[in-house]
Ligand binder design. Sequence first.
Ligand code: FAD
Length: 478
Amino acid sequence: MSSGGPMFTGDYMPDLRMIIPDADRVIPGDRIEKKFLSDGLERRTGRADALVFPVSTAEVKKLLSYSEERNIPVTARSGGTNLTGSTVPLTGGLIVDFSRMNRLLEIDRETLTAVVEPGMVLQDFQRVLEAQGLFYPPDPGEKTATLGGNIATNAGGMRAVKYGVTRDYVRGLEVVIPGGTVLNFGGKTAKDASGLSLKNLIIGSEGTLGLITKCILKLLPLPRENAGAVAAFPSLDAGIAAVNKIIMTATDPTAIEFLEQAVVELGEAYTGLPFPLSGGAAYLLLSYHGESKTDIRSRLALAEEAARSAGAGQFMVIGDPETFNRVWQVRGCLVKAVEAVSEQEPVDIVVPINRIGDFIAHVHGLEKESGIAMVAFGHAGDGNVHLCVMREKRSAPAWEAELKRVMTTMCRTITGMGGLVSGEHGIGISKQSYYLENTPPENLALMRRIKGAFDPKNLLNPGKSYQDPALTSLPAPG
Ligand SMILES: Cc1cc2nc3c(=O)[nH]c(=O)nc-3n(C[C@H](O)[C@H](O)[C@H](O)COP(=O)(O)OP(=O)(O)OC[C@H]3O[C@@H](n4cnc5c(N)ncnc54)[C@H](O)[C@@H]3O)c2cc1C
């Protein structure tokens, strides 16, 4: 897909090479690999005039000063794993890729914070911390994503039930805004009641307000013990009913995920790993962090009681790391497992947790009525259901039309339930029409005024998410 935005005919490669001295960090438009023009799914592709890899705030500052002077649009990317098209450059211009700005600058044990550059990969960060007895809880499924990308999408993941999402672990940010001004929001303090929270505007802004060049993140001590359990239920309704009962035990689970039998089979086929239980219509996967083995055992005993009172036929505690990893590998691969059998549209609708059952019933109804297969699984503990809407053998035009129809119906329905179009992946371009339709116009107008205050020339990721998709036209290039 490419937009009808203006072409930038001016040859600004010589200027870019002055800003970024290393030849391998400035790639001209005709030599940009497809993956840099796309997202984690690589289905939509845009176009860009140059791809640059800055390695310092000073370079990002110069790039944004130059882009404003010449009216050049900028698409930021870090790991490129987003599922929404938010790194697809719609209007040409520059791709600013942060993957080489990836240093861990400081671990401060006294304030329990770390200072990192945005391109640091999440799993590298987690490994370094764990070796030092420290812990960074946000844990979205794709571990090759970066900390900067996680912040720009407010990534969630499986441990959100107990620990919250990325936003809850961002203490401070260094951000460069259009024109090249470098700003610092927040810091190492645990609290901040000082003025408007500009930091929180940047979190989840999908590269539309400013470019993140440094992140101060909150850490925790590494939990001493962890263990999990799998519970099998005769129906999905029984499994969903168990979620609230488990939460009400006050055992503080780290994760509560649900899977239907058909999804488990896809995961087993993809990984070649057996799931430890069979014979259920649906399963809940639980994990716990705790102080000691005894502490975890007592939490699991209460969780078992709650699950069985909701109808669980089997409840298996998983203490050994090998089985624990196997189960979470089956759960963790599900997007890729579905993708291996059919192109699919990933959906991350979130509803209030007491409406998950209603949402799944609606999805099953839509499946029957439309004939489109939809695989549901996900974060039962926080209401963030993941759906893979499957294309199977449909032609491109039929798929586009049918997908649009079922998504429109689904998004209207969940809005009526008090739900939201995205719980953690963001809006980008793939969910934009549903988000715009289901968001009050007053909210959108305010967001667009905020965008105008950060980026008056509309240069950063123009036309995406809350913006008007028709407004991708820009001032004439200088
Ligand atoms: C298999 C799979 C499973 C996934 N599971 C989850 C999950 O469980 N939970 C979840 O939340 N997500 C999940 N995701 C989605 C994805 O991994 C997240 O959205 C992730 O946070 C994106 O990080 P990234 O580094 O890849 O960012 P990118 O894809 O590079 O960019 C994402 C957005 O951030 C902006 N951006 C990037 N860097 C900067 C910067 N320095 N400054 C300003 N803006 C910037 C981009 O413009 C873009 O809008 C999954 C993806 C895959 C492929």
